[in-house]
Write a new protein. Structure first.
Length: 133
């Protein structure tokens, strides 16, 4: 059963990206990977040009090239309806508040808690799960 959803996972750590795919793999979605903020924006813009728009962006707060906040700023201008979830091993409360204020639907801490990640992804994509999301 395919939900025909595409998720961008942007993190400079390959193991984190692979772990996210493992945690969300049973949701039967397509995953696109980026190692830097610049690559994330290239993927985003390329998908818009091809008409294969992304359904969700999972963004590491601190990536080479551009931070998640910088990527979110571009997303809000170019693809305003795209939900974004941030994750970070070092997010302060001020950065968390700023991310939510600027449009992130959630800010998760690393290491990622599998149940929380799955719940926030389902909520962002409006997919019902065991807990209502």
């Amino acid at each position: 059963m395919s939900l025909d959803r595409r998720i961008l996972i942007a993190d400079d750590d390959r193991e984190v990206r692979a772990g996210v795919v493992d945690l969300l793999g049973d949701l039967d979605m397509d995953f696109v990977h980026a190692e830097t903020g610049i690559e994330a924006l290239e993927i985003l813009r390329g998908s818009v040009l091809r008409g294969s728009v992304l359904d969700l962006a999972l963004l590491d707060m601190h990536m080479p090239g551009h931070t998640a906040l910088a990527v979110l700023n571009v997303i809000r201008r170019e693809v305003p309806g795209l939900p974004c979830i941030f994750f970070s091993g070092a997010a302060t409360e001020a950065i968390r508040a700023q991310a939510v204020r600027e449009g992130a639907v959630a800010v998760l801490s690393k290491p990622l808690v599998p149940s929380l990640l799955r719940r926030e992804v389902r909520r962002a994509l409006q997919i019902a799960g065991e807990d209502g999301f």
